[in-house]
Ligand binder design. Structure first.
Ligand SMILES: [Fe+2]
Length: 450
């Protein structure tokens, strides 16, 4: 149900005198689930059908989960926050991350979701405008928290990487690489080493230069034209220039950004440096970057399974990839997967690799039509006939409904032709029409347009 301005006014929004402002450049949007239940550090505005935003909750008031549910039921997806409160919003995100890391009472899935979402929002802001005041310092603080978390609760921190979404979004990739760099640097340098925070920062922001590359080029299947390839090859240099303009930016993070696509044999880019000219932090970033890029689904293919990724990478050890760094990454992955026997099977000598259905390459997935209906059955026996929404990303299925599920909840899906699969709940989202979608992670199936 769409909400109108009368409803907004009934919630007392007109009282504050801040309700008339231009939505154009004066506000930035934030999903309604990106706020958390806190005393607000910012003003939250709502905009109905792109009209002038009106104040919904003022800074200092509270925003609860009940408010979130209420707004979601009314089809509202985003708040608008005044640009002048950007710093305060970053502060809120930083506090959310700090609290989630330290809150043992919240379950692991929820803690990880909050940390990944909030960190992703910061990286997204940084990629679109690195000069926003205080943002790089805030990301650096998050890097410090990751480093400490990894040193004090390594298994919990590893879960932050295990729960990585492997999609083709640059922001998700940068969060994955940041977390992976914490793990790999800790393995090589020892947990708590002072350089780990700096290497994590470099990993989190290493692809900032991709903001200058067209998304269509980043996701293009097949051969790139010379001009397109040049855009890709330029992104480390563009990132380097963005970071050099940042007062106080760590030179180590700048080095990782510039050199994460260089190869030991000098055939990398942008400058073709080789051997010892490539620093250890850049080598670390390179290994995690390549691993995440190959493990991630692309619009034109599914994710490649870990054992295959490691096999592919091992062919480049010595020529492109540093052998010591690569072996350390193998140990990190092997340990992580051994700790979770349900997700790991012995597939290669000396290494446990996951049997995660979601890691199957697309050619091994059975394709299902990306429209029509499925029957969803919960463990309680409750069942629903739901429409499939084709807008969710590769490896997931979105079902149009408002029913609540808990993160990780397992349900049985039965497609129209009778085939079925057990899947787990990932989260609740909205499609472009404002319909609520319950999103589940697919395993043995992938969707294709009918
Ligand atoms: Fe890159």
């Amino acid at each position: 149900m769409a909400r109108n301005d009368d409803q907004l006014s009934r919630e007392g929004i007109e009282e504050h005198g801040l309700n008339k402002a231009s939505i154009g450049s004066a506000f930035f949007p934030v999903p309604i689930d990106g706020i958390g239940d806190h005393e607000l550090g910012v003003d939250l505005y709502l905009s109905h059908e792109h009209k002038t935003p009106v104040l919904y909750r003022a800074k200092g008031s509270s925003y609860s989960n009940a408010d979130f549910v209420n707004l979601r039921e009314q089809g509202i997806t985003h708040f608008y926050i005044p640009n002048v409160q950007h710093c305060q919003f970053q502060e809120m995100l930083r506090n959310r991350i700090g609290e989630a890391i330290g809150d043992d009472k919240v379950n692991r899935e929820e803690r990880v979701r909050i940390v990944r979402d909030s960190c992703g929002k910061m990286i997204e802001d940084f990629t679109s405008n690195a000069s926003l005041p205080g943002l790089s310092d805030t990301i650096n603080e998050i890097a410090g928290q990751f480093s400490q978390w990894c040193a004090s609760e390594s298994t919990e921190f590893e879960y932050l990487y295990e729960m990585s979404e492997h999609d083709f979004y640059t922001t998700t990739h940068m969060v994955n690489v940041g977390v992976g760099c914490t793990l790999l640097a800790s393995e090589l340098l020892g947990a708590g080493h002072p350089q780990i925070q700096r290497i994590t920062l470099g990993g989190l922001i290493h692809d900032v230069g991709k903001r200058g590359v067209d998304t269509e080029i980043l996701n293009k299947e097949g051969k790139l034209s010379d001009e397109e390839w040049q855009q890709i090859r330029n992104h480390p240099q563009v990132g380097y220039e963005i970071l050099c303009d940042q007062e106080g930016m760590d030179p180590l993070a700048i080095d990782m950004t510039l050199n994460h696509h260089e190869r030991l044999d000098g055939k990398g880019y942008p400058n073709g440096i080789s051997g010892d000219e490539i620093s250890l932090p850049a080598r670390i970033c390179s290994v995690v970057d390549i691993y995440d890029a190959l493990s991630s689904a692309r619009p034109y293919r599914g994710p490649i399974p870990p054992c295959k990724v490691l096999e592919m990478m091992s062919e480049d050890v010595g020529s492109a990839i540093d052998s010591t760094v690569f072996e350390a990454w193998r140990r990190v992955l092997g340990r992580m997967l051994e700790a979770d026997p349900e997700r790991a099977v012995a597939d290669k000598p000396g290494l446990k690799v996951p049997s995660m259905q979601s890691m199957l390459p697309s050619q091994q997935c059975q394709e299902r039509p990306a429209d029509g209906c499925v029957l969803l059955k919960r463990a309680s026996g409750e069942s629903f006939d739901l429409s499939v929404d084709s807008s969710v990303k590769c490896g997931e299925i979105g079902l149009v409904c408002d029913t609540k599920f808990t993160p990780g909840e397992q349900v049985q899906l039965r497609f129209e032709d009778g085939v079925s699969e057990k899947v787990s709940f990932v989260g609740f989202r909205f499609n472009a029409k404002g319909q609520g979608l319950a999103v589940f992670k697919l395993g043995k199936f992938s969707l294709h347009a009918a």
